[in-house]
Unconditional design. Sequence first.
Length: 246
Amino acid sequence: MIARQILIHEDPEATANAIAARLITSIADALAARGVAHVVVTGGSLGIAALEAVAANPAKTSVNWSQVHFWWGDERFVATDSADRNVLQAEALFAALDELGLDRSTVHAMGASDKYYTAEQAAEAYAAELAAEAEQGALNPAFDVLMLGMGPDSHVASLFPNHTRSDQPGVIAVHDSPKPPPHRVTLTMGTINTAKEVWLIVTGADKAPALAKAQHEINEVAVPASAVHGTEATRWIIDRAAATLL
């Protein structure tokens, strides 16, 4: 398995800024190599703060945003205009990038409850959208970077301990989520682990026990975060409070 790199920053603000700077560089490198970039972003307080830091970073003007595809690792299955939706919370970034040539058709939002009857239908639609942008025979694009937050229970995306999961690549519906709202759509572990680089972004002392546990035992069922990895790099980008038990 690819070795894990742990990068510790002073506090949540410094962590968000570091993530943003690293993301801009990674996107620029992908564009230089292939002419297109595929990035999976995440919600949560740190995920959204990192995206806002991208919007505030002057280096963003060096990127051809029209060739950058944004995907989501998971989404709450609620109405399109719900403040709970990750994609709506990230609007500040996308609005800032509109002025730099962002093509909104490359912002791939997961389906909402006012567009699909069930989370299963939204999951099937997202799987089809991923396949449409993939190389022939693949189920999803070659993700350059895939970012994930981690909960105090060690969940990533909407993959919770001892809960709904799949051994296969794809997109699945989650019901009776231990964390509200109850219905969600998420990438499976099989899809997450196809990314070239996976970044687990974590801040706060409340995450320290789960973070430490994820470093010492690989157990996808009980500790989902422990089983996450990239094909080229796995980076834990954290703050000092989260690192206290390492």
